[in-house]
Design a protein around this ligand. Sequence first.
Ligand code: SP5
Ligand code: ZN
Length: 341
Amino acid sequence: MITIYSDAHALHDGKAELHDGKLVSSFEMPRRAALVLARVEEVGLGPVSPPKNFGLDPVRRVHAPDYVAFLETAWDEWVAEHGEYDALPFTWIGPGMRRVVPDHIDGKLGYYSFDAGTPITAGTFRAIRTAADVALTGAELIVRGERAAFALTRPPGHHAHRACYGGYCFFNNAAIAAQALRDAGADRVAVLDIDYHHGNGTQDIFYTRGDVLFVSLHADPVQEYPYYLGFADETGEGAGEGANANYPLPFGTGFEAWRAALHHALSRIAAFRADALVVSLGVDTYKGDPISRFRLDTADYPVIGATLAGAGLPTLFVMEGGYAVEAIGVNAVGVLQGFLD
Ligand code: SP5
Ligand code: ZN
C-alpha cells in the first residue's frame, strides 16, 4: 500500500490547549505523524510518496471561500495585534447574537471556530494545505485503480465544517478526498469514520447530499466531545435523508461491542453500493489514549483492517486522531497491515 506523506505537517506545532480549566501542552503534536511514518517504514508497508500540489480549488469544493481566505491570513492578522504566540479564540457566538464577520482578528477567530483546543501557529496554513494535498494525492491513486492508499494527514480533519475549525482540525481532509473522488467520476462515495470522536465536520458537509454516505462509530455525544452532534437520530436531510448513520457508544466500550457496531456500519455501506470508501482512521479508540475512554487494544487494529478489506471497495485511509503517541504507529499501521493480509 502506498503511503502519502510530507514533513510539512510539522509546520503546525501548537503550544497549548484548554483542558480541564488549564492550558496544557497540545495533545495533537508533530511527533504523532513522524511515528506513524516510522512504523510504515519499519514494517515495510510499501512505498512512501510525497503529495502533488492541487492548489486550493479542491479545498473550496467543501470549504467556504471566506473561511479558506480567513485561514490564509489569520496568523499574520494575529501577529500584527498580539505578537508571535499561538492564536486561540476566547469568545464565540451565543444564541441570540448575530453572525456578522468581525474586523478584529479576536472576533474572527471565534466566528470561524468552535473550541479552545485548536491553536493557529506560524506554519498552520502551509501544513493544512499540504495535508489536503496528501489526501488528494491518495484519492488520485484510488481513481487510477489502486485497491488502497494511506494518506498520512496531519493535522487531522474530520471535525472541520464547511466554514468552522475545531478539534485540532482546519481543512477536512477526508471530505476533500471524498469530494475529489466524486468529481473524478465515482457516483457514490462512502465515508466511514472510526475515530473515537464523532466526525461532526464531515457529517455536516455531506448532510443534505445523497451521493456521499457518512457512517461514524464514536463516543456518545451525551458524554463526550464534540457533544453537540453525533446522535443516532441524525439520518440526513433532504436529498441526504438516509445517507447518514451514527453509532454512538458509551465510555468503556471494548472491542466486542465496537466490532458489532462496525459490522452494522459496513452493512449500511454495502447497501449504499458505494464505488469507493474513505476511512477516517483515528486510533484514539485505544485503551491507552490520554483523552479518550474506549478500551480497544493493539491486537484489535489488524482485525479492524481485515474487516474493512472485506467490504471489497477501493479504500483511501485518511489519518485522523490518536494521542497515545508511543502506540500510534503500531495501532494505525496495524489497521493497514490487517487490510493487506
Ligand atoms: C481529530 C481528533 O481526534 N480530535 C479530537 C479533539 C478533542 N478535543 C477535545 C479534547 C478534550 C480534552 N480536554 C478536555 C477534557 C475533559 N475532561
Ligand atoms: Zn478523535
